[in-house]
Design a protein around this ligand. Structure first.
Ligand code: FMN
Ligand code: FE2
Ligand code: FE2
Length: 398
């Protein structure tokens, strides 16, 4: 959607859809684009909540002009989050509205100077502090490390809208509607989980802390800085975030493998047969050389069973797999059931790294660990079959 849309009394979406950027943060693919949501509250005093990535400034400004009553400027710009996909237009906006005061917490104000050289016309707000706009009163709550240290949310006490920044946000441009209840929820939910697992999931303990903090609020609408606005059923997205940040998983197996010449692939195929022999079909397969880690992380965050296998490469693990393991170790995802397998020709190294990964993650590792030299023998293939069967049994009993 690219028109101005009212989300509550005096409150409007003035964001932008980005259908041009290929990689979010220069890492995560955006085949369906992404939205930078910003909001205008046109009260006696006018306030903006966040800006947009700077290349979309013109679209943002057009929308603001469209809704601002004649002769009015912008009194306040509230910055919930300083990542440049939201703060990037601050200096351009200040050129249009030089009288505007930028509102944030102590850490926001520090970043404002370091990122944009801004030291004047700023207003520091702390936990629980308020800002009256006339009939709307904004109240601020700090949710540090969801996913930056300065992150905060802004609650409009009169409309019940909670402006949450990246929290509760998702990838995907807003097509047709900005409201979740008018969209295909299972479809957008995958893009929201992809955003969560790629960007926010590492900070799950802080998400839990934030959710507890927000429990007391009477939330009518959740208005995040990416993805749809939750107006009809805000608890739906709160519940999803709660589940994801407690590392809860669905019954299913993600099989991630790498293979240069087919030896490790033969094991992978026997593992598949072992899983299917248990009449289990929720298997998501990723060839590590072809699936982007963004999508693998999404599946790994969703499902309980994870089976990983790859060959040895220059005494270590096959490099694209090693990259995935590093991402997972960094995200500190918990409570998964793991199966590992690998291949080598002389020194070995792949399975050693996979064992180290299992220790680092403290995941339950299912036997047997299968390691083969070159082409797997019939006995070794049968071990692969048993691994598939045993992981399936383990997730069903988990
Ligand atoms: C570029 C390259 C580097 C390799 N480095 C090692 C190594 O350091 N140590 C080792 O034991 N095997 C090494 N290997 C052998 C493979 O790990 C072994 O052949 C394995 O079975 C290949 O599995 P795949 O057929 O699934 O690709 C290397 C193979 C290639 C192609
Ligand atoms: Fe962010
Ligand atoms: Fe963001």
């Amino acid at each position: 959607m690219d028109t101005v849309i009212q989300i509550a009394k005096d409150s409007f979406w003035v964001g932008a859809n980005d259908r041009e950027t290929d990689l979010f943060e220069a890492v995560w693919p955006l085949p369906q684009g992404v939205s930078y949501n910003a909001y205008l509250i046109a009260d006696k005093k006018t306030a903006l909540i966040d800006t947009v990535k700077n290349c979309y400034f013109e679209r943002y400004l057009e929308k603001i002009h469209d809704r601002l009553p004649q002769g009015k400027g912008i009194d306040y710009l509230v910055i919930n989050h300083m990542e440049p996909d939201h703060s990037g237009s601050i200096n351009l906006l200040r050129q249009v509205y030089p009288e505007m005061t930028v509102v944030g917490n102590k850490k926001t104000i520090h970043f404002l100077e370091k990122f944009y050289g801004i030291t004047e016309n700023t207003l520091i707000k702390d936990e629980g502090d308020e800002l009256s706009l006339g009939s709307h009163t904004l109240s601020f709550s700090l949710i540090p490390m969801v996913h930056w240290p300065e992150t905060m949310v802004t609650y409009d006490k009169s409309s019940g809208v909670l402006y949450t920044g990246d929290a509760f946000g998702g990838f995907g441009a807003l097509e047709g509607s900005i409201f979740a209840e008018e969209l295909d929820i299972p479809y957008i939910q995958t893009e929201i989980l992809r955003y969560f697992s790629n960007i926010v999931g590492k900070y799950s303990p802080m998400v839990q802390r934030a959710l507890k903090k927000l429990q007391g609020l009477n939330i009518a609408t959740i208005a995040p800085s990416h993805g749809p606005v939750w107006r009809k059923n805000p608890t739906q997205i709160i519940d999803l975030y709660d589940r994801w940040s407690r590392y809860e998983a669905e019954e299913g197996i993600v099989l991630i493998y790498g293979s240069m010449y087919g030896n490790t692939l033969k094991l992978k195929e026997e593992i598949d047969r072992g899983i299917v022999a248990r009449k289990f079909s929720t298997i998501r397969t990723h060839d590590i050389s072809r699936s982007h880690p963004s999508y693998i992380l999404t599946d790994v965050w969703r499902y309980k069973g994870i089976i990983i296998g790859a060959p040895t490469y220059n005494t270590g693990l096959f490099p694209p797999m090693d990259y995935l393991l590093r991402l997972l170790e960094n995200k500190k995802l918990k409570n998964r059931v793991l199966g590992i397998f690998g291949s080598y020709a002389w020194s070995g190294g792949a399975v050693k790294r996979l064992r180290g990964f299992a220790d680092n993650m403290s995941w339950h590792t299912v036997e047997p660990v299968v390691e083969v030299q070159g082409n797997p023998s019939p006995d070794e293939l049968h071990k692969g079959y048993k691994l598939g069967r045993n992981v399936t049994d383990a997730i069903k009993n988990a």
